[in-house]
Design a protein around this ligand. Structure first.
Ligand code: ZN
Length: 322
C-alpha cells in the first residue's frame, strides 16, 4: 500500500531521534538515534540528521515508495511555511533551512514543526489525548512548554507561539528567567530550577545523596538522579521537588481557569521519572483552580514518552493540507 509510513524526527537539544512511523497505527517500524552537538555549521547538522534518518529507514526496511515524507520537530522557533529553524538556543542555531535541503536529498516532501507542538500531535492521535477534543499537553524539562488542542485541532495563536506556559509570571520581583523577565513559572518549576535549588543547598553544605550525581559547576542534574534521591527519601531533594511541583500546580491552575480544558497531559523526562512531582502538581492545581473548572479536570501523564515527538512529526505528513 503506498504512503503508509512517514519518517518522524525529533531534533532536540541533547539528542536527535528518528523513526519510521506507520501512519495508521502509530507504531514504529525502525528507529535511529544520535547525540546533538552544539554546532552552527549547516552541513554538519544536515549530515547528522540524514545519518539518523538513514539508520531508521535501514532498520525499518520499508520500501521508499511507501514513505509519505519526512517530518521534523525541532526544539526552537520555526518558520513552518519556509521549513526554516529560526532560532534554537539549546542547539546554537539561527536561520537554518532544514525542510528544503532534506526534501532535495531524499526526493520526499519534508515538513518542519516545533518539538512541543509535534509531541502534542503525537499524544492527540496515539497517546494520552486520544478521544479528547480539548486538552493541554505540558512538557516539563530544562524549560516548560505546552501544546493546546481545541476542538481536536492544535491551536497555534496569531503568530504561532501559543502555549508558552513557562513564561506565566508568578512573581514580578522573582527569579530571573531565560527569557529575560523576572518570576516566570519556568524559573520555579522546571528541572533546571530544581537543579539550581539543589546546587544552592549543596553549596551551603546540606547533606544529600545527589552530591555525587550532580555537575555542580554546570548545574546539570538528570531526572533519574532526582528520582533515585526521592526514592531514598533524601530530605533536601524531596523538598526541592515538592516546592517546584507546587509552583507547577499554580501554573496548571491558571491554565484550568483560563482555558477550562477537559484534560491536562503532563509529559517530559521529569514527569516520567519522578512521580512525586506529578502527584504534588496535580493536587495543588485542583486545590488552587476555581471550583467549576477543577471539578471535572483529568490530570494524566503522557503515554508516548520519547516517541511522542517522532510520531507527531511523522503525522504532519498525514495531516498536511497543501
Ligand atoms: Zn520567562
Amino acid at each position: 500500500m503506498p504512503e503508509k509510513f512517514a519518517v518522524g524526527v525529533d531534533f532536540g537539544g541533547t539528542k536527535i531521534i528518528a523513526g519510521v512511523v506507520n501512519l495508521e497505527t502509530g507504531r514504529l517500524a525502525g528507529t535511529g538515534k544520535k547525540k546533538t552537538r552544539q554546532v552552527s555549521e549547516q552541513d554538519d547538522v544536515l549530515r547528522r540528521l540524514t545519518s539518523v534518518i538513514d539508520e531508521s529507514m535501514a532498520e525499518a526496511g520499508v520500501d521508499p515508495k511507501c514513505l509519505a515524507g519526512i517530518g521534523i520537530g525541532a526544539a526552537g522557533q520555526v518558520n513552518r511555511a519556509k521549513g526554516v529553524l529560526v532560532y534554537a538556543a539549546n542547539i546554537g542555531i539561527n536561520d537554518l533551512p532544514l525542510a528544503g535541503p532534506l526534501s532535495e536529498h531524499y526526493g520526499l516532501p519534508c515538513m518542519l514543526g516545533n518539538d512541543v507542538e509535534i509531541a502534542t500531535i503525537g499524544e492527540l492521535n496515539f497517546g494520552a489525548g486520544r478521544k479528547c477534543d480539548n486538552f493541554v499537553c505540558i512538557f516539563v524539562g530544562t524549560g516548560i512548554g505546552s501544546g493546546i488542542v481545541q476542538g481536536g485541532q492544535l491551536y497555534r495563536g496569531a503568530t504561532g507561539t501559543a502555549g508558552e506556559i513557562g513564561h506565566i509570571v508568578l512573581d514580578p520581583y522573582g527569579r530571573l528567567c531565560g527569557c529575560g523577565c523576572l518570576g516566570c513559572l519556568e524559573a520555579y518549576a522546571s528541572r533546571t530550577a530544581i537543579a539550581k535549588h539543589v546546587v544552592a543547598e549543596l553549596n551551603k553544605g546540606t547533606d544529600s545523596v545527589v552530591r555525587d550525581r550532580i555537575d555542580v559547576s554546570k548545574g546539570i542534574l538528570r531526572s533519574k538522579a532526582l528520582a533515585d534521591a526521592v526514592e531514598a527519601k533524601d530530605e533536601m531533594v524531596v523538598r526541592a521537588v515538592t516546592q517546584a511541583a507546587e509552583f507547577m500546580g499554580m501554573g496548571l491552575a491558571t491554565v484550568m481557569n483560563f482555558l477550562n480544558p477537559q484534560r491536562i497531559v503532563l509529559g517530559g523526562g521529569l514527569i516520567e521519572a519522578v512521580d512525586l512531582y506529578f502527584q504534588v502538581a496535580a493536587k495543588e492545581a485542583k486545590q488552587r483552580a476555581l471550583k467549576v473548572p477543577a471539578r471535572k479536570i483529568e490530570i494524566v501523564k503522557a503515554e508516548l514518552g520519547d516517541y511522542a515527538g517522532i510520531i507527531g512529526a511523522a503525522l504532519m505528513l498525514r495531516d498536511r493540507t497543501d
